[in-house]
Design a protein around this ligand. Structure first.
Ligand code: PRP
Ligand code: MN
Ligand code: MG
Length: 181
């Protein structure tokens, strides 16, 4: 079966539902950052779709930059020790940084990233994540803008991958166990 949807047990969020939620978040961000031109920091690669859609939804000026990070060590992701694979091009001094993420799982990546960006002299660092799995949290991260809280299941699509696959799904779905077991 080469149909990408065939690998899902369920479509959790459709493209329309995601876009409607991002529009809601964008309205809040426009108000909160009025007159301040935030720097949106997308975390490669999962955040590409959220970044593209959220940024275009905003009706205020916003800069965009990208970081790629990876958990340190073999296999076990989210060890909490993160290394930078691609750093920002921007100077953060005095900037209002808004980190844009696809999902908060354990929270370890984001809690490290926030501290790292704060240490560069940003005026503020906030987080916008499309998805959060409350049951998977290992560390408490203060996320100002959350799209959806979802159950602790393996989700893919809209940027989220399993072994680099499924990022190009338009919605977010639950991966069928037969795919990874
Ligand atoms: C995923 C996801 C988040 C992070 C969340 O990225 O996109 O960035 O894990 O996990 P955490 O809350 O447990 O730290 P991944 O490391 O898979 O890289 P990718 O974005 O390139 O897929
Ligand atoms: Mn990621
Ligand atoms: Mg991934």
């Amino acid at each position: 079966n080469h149909d990408i949807d065939g690998d899902l047990t369920e479509m959790l969020l459709t493209e329309d539902e995601i876009h409607a939620k991002l529009a809601e978040l964008a309205r809040r961000i426009e108000v909160d950052y009025d007159g301040r031109k935030p720097l949106l920091v997308g975390v490669l690669k999962g955040a590409v779709m959220v970044m593209a859609d959220l940024a275009r939804e905003l009706k205020i000026h916003a800069d965009m930059d990208w970081m790629a990070v990876s958990s340190y060590g073999a296999g076990t992701k989210s060890s909490g020790v993160v290394r930078i694979l691609k750093d920002l091009d921007s100077d953060l001094t005095g900037r209002d940084v808004l980190i844009v993420e696809d999902i908060i799982d354990s929270g370890l990546t984001l809690s490290w990233l926030r501290e790292n960006l704060e240490s560069r002299g940003a005026a503020s660092v906030e987080i916008c994540a499309l998805l959060r799995k409350p049951e998977a949290a290992k560390v408490d991260v203060d996320v100002k803008y959350v799209g959806f809280e979802i159950p602790n299941q393996f989700v893919v699509g809209y940027g989220l991958d399993f072994s680099e696959k499924y990022r190009n799904l338009r919605g977010v779905g639950i991966l069928a166990p037969h795919v990874y077991s």
